[in-house]
Design a protein around this ligand. Structure first.
Ligand code: UD1
Ligand code: CA
Length: 453
């Protein structure tokens, strides 16, 4: 099927009370409009056409990385009028799939069902059964069950108001039909708008039967008009992700207390404790255990790694069997080999740390190359920045760094060196030496502490 998608996104979104156009508000770390576009791209290979209103510039800037066509609807005169603004941008005929930029939970399988329903006559509407249908357009059917028209809530009589089947607004209709029907739409209705939904009555009037596809899960059609609905949609999205993870074999201590804002890929027997936020692309290997209150973004975590509570891990790579935290921070380009221990109040930035090395307490390691089996003592600082440039610290294999050491970069410490506690290392050290820079201890006898009179 030759499908072109139109996304309606001209509505102002006044009830969001925001400077940001409504469709740019995010669900799971991605704008609603991008959610809709990503779903659309699963059923079409043509560039989608986005119908925008006054916020066109902001939308185009936010989405400049995407291949899109933009149609302006200067005044919001209704859904039919909005679709009409997009028609001149069509290169092909075929089927037009009309989506809303503020309905981000739809699935591609629902769209495929709708496109299937549109095959016989070139027109189908996606509907849902709601316990409380108020506010929505109602699907009016004849005694044989054929759709006759869609009546908007504001135009409906009490009998029609009782209908529970609603119009989600999502439709598939052939371009040739739209070319005929859209110019005929009037705005003689309660809202004075050009209703796209009036196409149904036109179709039926010319003997075309309109297909319908009913959503199995009506939450897919939830539209966002305010931040209450935005929060609701976020929760539904997150519970979908959590359910998928559970079904794939991930243990979630509480599926309602995980947030995935991106793509999380998990190996076998991964255990994730409560209040963990994942963003961007994150990969967890087999047997990984993530403790409570962790924030992990754009990182790869190897097999059997344990991340204890309260760590922040960003753009890092952690080798297998390593142990991180509690309270550790791995910043961009922290690359840990296998069996590395990073303990509490340790910050690692742009550094390679070799197999079996440990940085267990209160340390800053930045712009460093650390070999294997190195022990970095508590309070060690790489002095990597001279105020203008960053410099490299190299600790070769089996170095022992005593507590409270400053490594003034650029500096290289040879394999097997022992650095005594409290040392400021300013010069390179050849392998296997002891290095210390320390004021000799002085003990004064007979000393009296001052006392208050
Ligand atoms: C519309 C449908 C209604 C359906 C409901 C589902 C019509 C006439 N009514 O209602 O049957 O139950 O959606 O939510 O189609 N938009 C524009 N330009 C406009 C008007 C709307 O781009 O001039 C966009 C909005 O940004 C939004 C979508 O179209 O994304 C729907 O608009 P909205 O005002 O929310 O829909 P209703 O008219 O309430
Ligand atoms: Ca709406």
């Amino acid at each position: 099927m030759d499908v072109t998608v139109i996304v309606l996104a001209a509505g102002q979104g006044k009830r969001m009370h925001s400077e940001l156009p409504k469709v740019l508000h995010e669900v799971a770390g991605k704008s609603m409009l991008e959610h809709v576009l990503d779903i659309a791209l699963q059923v079409t290979s043509h560039e989608p056409i986005v119908v925008h209103g006054h916020a066109g510039k902001q939308l185009q800037t936010a989405l400049e990385h995407r291949d899109l066509r933009w149609a302006e609807q200067a005044e919001q005169l209704g859904t039919g009028h909005a679709v009409a603004q997009a028609l001149p941008y069509f290169e092909t005929s075929g089927t037009v799939l009309i989506l809303y930029g503020d309905v981000p939970l739809l699935t591609a399988s629902a769209l495929r069902g709708l496109l299937e329903a549109a095959k016989p006559s070139g027109f189908a509407v996606l509907t849902a059964m709601l316990d409380d249908p108020s506010g929505y357009g109602r699907m009016v059917r004849d005694p044989d069950g054929n759709l006759t028209r869609i009546v908007e809530h504001k135009d409906a009589n009490p009998q029609e108001c009782a209908i529970r089947e609603i119009n989600t607004g999502i439709m598939a209709v052939s371009k040739s039909h739209l070319d005929v029907w859209l110019p005929q739409l009037g705005n003689n209705n309660a809202q004075g708008e050009y209703y796209l939904t009036d196409c149904v009555e036109m179709a039926v009037g010319t003997g075309i039967s309109v297909g319908t596809s009913v959503l199995d899960d009506h939450t897919e059609s939830i539209g966002v008009n305010d931040r209450v609905q935005l929060a609701e949609v976020e929760r539904i999205f997150q519970s979908r992700v959590a359910n998928r993870l559970l079904k794939e074999g991930v243990t979630l201590r509480d599926p309602s207390r995980i947030d995935v804002r991106g793509e999380l890929v998990c190996g076998r027997d991964v255990v994730i404790d409560v209040n963990v936020v994942f963003s961007g692309a994150v990969k967890l290997g087999d047997g990984v255990r993530i403790g409570p209150n962790n924030v992990i973004s754009e990182s790869v975590i190897g097999n059997n790694v344990e991340v204890l509570s309260n760590c922040v891990i960003e753009s890092a790579a952690v080798g297998h069997d390593s142990k991180i935290g509690p309270f550790a921070r791995l910043r961009p380009d922290a690359r840990l080999d296998s069996d590395v221990h990073i303990g509490n109040f340790v910050e690692i930035k742009k550094s390679d740390i070799g197999t079996g090395s440990k940085v267990n307490h209160l340390a800053y390691v930045g712009d460093a190359q650390i070999g294997r089996r190195v022990n970095v003592g508590a309070g060690t600082i790489t002095c990597n920045y001279d105020g203008a440039y960053k410099h490299l610290t190299v600790l070769e294999d089996d170095v022992f760094v005593g507590s409270d050491t400053q490594l003034v970069a650029p500096v290289r410490v040879g394999a097997g060196v022992t650095i005594a506690a409290g040392t400021t290392v300013t010069d390179d050290v050849a392998p296997d030496r002891l290095v210390l820079s320390r004021v000799r201890q002085k003990t004064v006898s007979g000393w009296r502490r001052p006392k208050k009179k």
